[in-house]
Design a protein. Structure first.
Length: 354
C-alpha cells in the first residue's frame, strides 16, 4: 500500500484472499479504527461522491472510523473522484480505495473491502445511498452492546404513483436484512466466510449472508435509528426485462438454504408465467400441425393473460403514456425471460428449482 495524499490510500491488490491474509497477519492500520465502512461501487462516481460526503459527515469521531471504497471495475473516473474527495476532506476519516479485479459483483467487492480492514466492526452500505448523520453511531452502538450483526432502516422516497421499477426498488424498505444498511462484526464475517461471490448481481447475496449468520446462531438485531436514504436511481425504458436475469440467484439461495428460503423468502413458482408459456407452446404446436384455429385461440389467450398481467402492474403505478406502453411491452416477455433465468440457475447451480 502506498499513501497518495492526506487521508487517502490506495490498495493495489485486487485479490480478496491475498488482502485477507495480509491483514490477518499484521496489526495493519485498519486495527486502529473502531469500524470500517465498506462501499462497493461500479462506474457511478456522482452517486458515490454523494454517499461518501454523507459518510464523512457522520456524527462520529473522525479518527475512529475509515471508509473503504471497493471499485468493482475498476475505472479511472471513480479513483479520481475518490482521490479528489479525500484531498478536500483531509480532516475527515481516512478513505481507502481498493480496486477489485479478482471477482465480479457487489458480493466479491464487499469481501475485498472487509478483508482489507483490520477493524473489529464492519459497516456496509451502497454507493447510491445517503446515510443519516446518526447512522454509523446507531449501528455501532448495537454492536458495542453485543450484537453480531445489525440490520438498519432503509427509506425509499416515492411519489403517489411511482413507476413499476420504482415500486419494485422500494421493496428494500421492507427487507429483513439488506447490505445497503448492515453492520457485522469482523469475527462473525470470518466464521461464515463473508459473502458468496457466486452472487454476481445485487440480488440475494445479502439474504445468503443473513442465513449463514442465522445458522451459526449469530445475534442479529434491528436498529430503527440506523437510517439510510435510498433514492431510486434512474433506469432505462424496459429495464424490467434485463432484471429477470437476477432470478438465477434465487436458485443458488434455495440450494444453500432450502428451509430458510421457504420460510423467509416465501417465493412460489410463478404459476401465471408457466401458464402463459404452456399456452404459447400449445399455440405453436397447433400451427405446426396445421390447426390454425387452436393456434389463434392460444395466441388470444396469451394476449389476454399478458393484458391482465399488465393491468395488475399498473394498478398502483404511474399511468403516463410512456409507462403504460412500457408495461404493455414488457408484460409480453417477462414470463418467458423469468422462466428461462430460473431454469438457467437451476442447471447452473445443479438444484431442482422451478
Amino acid at each position: 500500500m502506498s499513501t497518495i495524499s492526506g487521508s487517502f490510500s490506495y490498495d493495489g491488490a485486487g485479490d480478496a484472499a491475498r488482502d485477507a491474509a495480509a491483514q490477518d497477519a499484521s496489526t495493519g492500520t485498519g486495527a486502529a479504527f473502531d469500524v470500517s465502512v465498506v462501499v462497493p461501487t461500479y462506474q457511478r462516481p456522482d452517486m458515490l461522491e454523494r454517499c461518501l460526503r454523507a459518510i464523512i459527515a457522520q456524527d462520529y469521531d473522525k479518527t475512529r472510523y475509515e471508509i473503504i471504497v471497493c471499485d468493482d471495475g475498476p475505472d479511472d473516473a471513480t479513483r479520481s473522484r475518490v482521490t479528489s474527495l479525500a484531498r478536500e476532506c483531509e480532516q475527515g476519516p481516512r478513505i481507502r480505495y481498493v480496486p477489485v479485479t479478482a471477482t465480479q459483483g457487489p458480493a466479491g467487492a464487499r469481501n475485498a473491502g472487509w478483508r482489507a480492514s483490520g477493524a473489529a466492526w464492519i459497516a456496509f452500505t451502497d454507493d447510491d445511498t445517503i446515510p443519516d448523520p446518526q447512522w454509523l453511531a446507531s449501528g455501532v452502538a448495537e454492536l458495542r452492546a453485543g450484537a453480531d450483526a445489525v440490520s438498519g432502516r432503509i427509506v425509499v422516497p416515492l411519489g403517489p404513483r411511482p413507476t413499476d421499477y420504482e415500486q419494485d426498488a422500494a421493496g428494500l424498505a421492507h427487507t429483513e436484512f439488506a447490505t445497503a444498511n448492515t453492520f457485522v462484526t469482523r469475527s462473525a464475517l470470518k466464521r461464515v466466510g463473508g459473502f458468496d461471490a457466486r452472487f454476481t448481481s445485487a440480488w440475494r447475496e445479502d439474504s445468503d449472508l443473513q442465513f449463514k449468520l442465522m445458522r451459526t446462531g449469530a445475534d442479529i438485531v434491528r436498529s430503527e435509528h440506523a437510517i439510510v436514504l435510498h433514492p431510486v436511481r434512474p433506469a432505462r425504458w424496459g429495464v424490467s426485462l434485463s432484471q429477470q436475469k437476477k432470478s438465477q440467484f434465487d436458485a443458488l439461495l434455495y440450494k444453500k438454504h432450502r428451509t430458510l428460503f421457504k420460510e423467509r423468502i416465501r417465493s412460489t413458482p410463478p404459476l401465471l408465467y408457466y401458464a402463459i408459456l404452456a399456452v404459447v407452446v400449445i399455440a405453436l404446436l397447433a400451427f405446426v400441425n396445421g390447426n390454425a384455429t387452436l393456434g389463434l385461440l392460444g395466441l388470444e389467450v396469451w394476449l389476454a393473460l399478458s393484458a391482465w398481467f399488465c393491468l395488475k402492474r399498473l394498478k398502483t403505478t404511474a399511468l403516463t403514456r410512456t409507462h403504460i406502453l412500457e408495461m404493455a411491452w414488457t408484460s409480453l416477455w417477462i414470463p418467458f425471460l423469468s422462466i428461462y433465468w430460473r431454469l438457467y440457475g437451476a442447471v447452473k447451480f445443479r438444484v431442482l428449482f422451478v
